[in-house]
Write a protein that binds this ligand. Structure first.
Ligand code: SF4
Length: 340
């Protein structure tokens, strides 16, 4: 069912258990009783970033840039652990032009033909476009030719410029984020979409975000999944005003609303990295059908000081089986690779 703006806003007034029931019914109808996960890693190639977002604990003025060899070593290790998807994400570093990425992607694909490069989110594409004087399409074409397969939907935060001006005024606008995704989809590249909430946004901002994603999906059909998560305070500027993360009930509520509003996106992902395992398992009853990645490497959330346990595939499978659903490893396009 396609909701109008006012109808979507009214969802916020519905008790959480009813919202959960509505979202779970949609999940069951769309995805059946299967819960999926991917074996992935997230390598941060640089933490030097001129954007200085107020919610970010990761960036540094005098940070690092990984060498090609270092990145290849990390991928090689990850491949030994069964990784199928490699995310490369970093800051907006003016020293890294498009040739650096083209060279890196070509090298990676020459050594690891079977891995899927799910890398660089829209703010990095917008930054490269400005740095090189190229259109988004030209940047994406060059990167695709070098081996980039798909884009993660990071850097969306809330797709409302009222919020973006407060949190990340140097980062791409909501229109620019959408336009990069539109071009990627037109080039045949699938992407995900994310939403980071639990900071300065209003209910209207959340609905605006969901509607922008929903409308682009109507146009292109290029989003494979939607991944909402909560802002994590700690070691960043925003922590001086927002000291606590959103409650787990707020997370579950927004997750359920996302499932209900995004009728045209098949997969909704739980975020165990931000919510922990218990709440993420509960999320599977509030509209989520996917548990995200094993994430062999993760640095951005750890920079906030949050303790994140590593998880082995067998432990994730054991946890997911407690839901009584069928458990499967998937690839980046949500094709099933292995049943457990
Ligand atoms: S969130 Fe990304 S763009 Fe913003 S400061 Fe951190 S690394 Fe830079």
């Amino acid at each position: 069912m396609r909701l109008e703006f006012d109808e979507a806003l009214e969802l916020f007034d519905i008790p959480i258990y009813e919202l959960g029931k509505m979202a779970d019914e949609i999940r069951k109808e769309r995805c059946g009783d299967v819960v999926t996960f991917v074996i992935d890693t997230n390598i941060n190639y640089t933490n030097i970033c001129v954007s200085k977002c107020k919610f970010c604990a990761f960036y540094r003025d005098d940070g690092f840039v990984l060498s090609y060899d270092d990145i290849l070593d990390r991928i090689s290790d990850a491949v030994k652990h069964g990784v199928t998807q490699v995310m490369l994400q970093g800051g907006m570093n003016p020293d890294l032009g498009i040739e650096w990425f083209e060279g890196l992607f070509r090298l990676i694909k020459s050594k690891f033909q079977n891995i899927h490069l799910h890398s660089l989110s829209p703010p990095e594409i917008v930054f490269l476009s400005e740095l090189e004087g190229l259109s988004y399409r030209e940047v994406l074409e060059k990167l695709k030719n070098a081996g980039l397969d798909s884009l993660p939907g990071g850097g969306a935060e809330i797709l409302s410029d009222r919020v973006r001006r407060k949190l990340s005024p140097k980062k791409c606008s909501a229109d620019e984020w959408i336009e990069v995704m539109r071009e990627a989809h037109r080039l045949g590249m699938k992407t995900t979409a994310t939403m980071m909430f639990g900071h300065v946004e209003s209910h209207e901002d959340i609905v605006e975000h969901l509607f922008r994603v929903r409308d682009l999906q109507d146009e292109t059909g290029g989003f494979t999944a939607f991944i909402p998560w909560t802002y994590q305070p700690g070691n960043n500027e925003l922590t001086s005003t927002i000291k606590e993360p959103a409650s787990f009930t707020h997370y579950l509520k927004i997750l359920a609303i996302s499932r209900i509003v995004l009728h045209n996106i098949e997969n909704i992902q739980a975020s165990w990295l931000t919510q922990g395992f218990d709440v993420s398992l509960l999320a599977l009853y509030f509209g989520a059908n996917d548990f995200g990645g094993v994430m062999l490497e993760e640095n951005v959330l750890r920079a906030t000081g949050k303790k994140i346990a590593c998880i082995k595939v067998e432990d994730m499978v054991r946890l997911l089986k407690t839901t009584g659903r069928k458990v499967a490893q998937r690839d980046t396009y949500y094709n099933i690779l292995r049943w457990f």
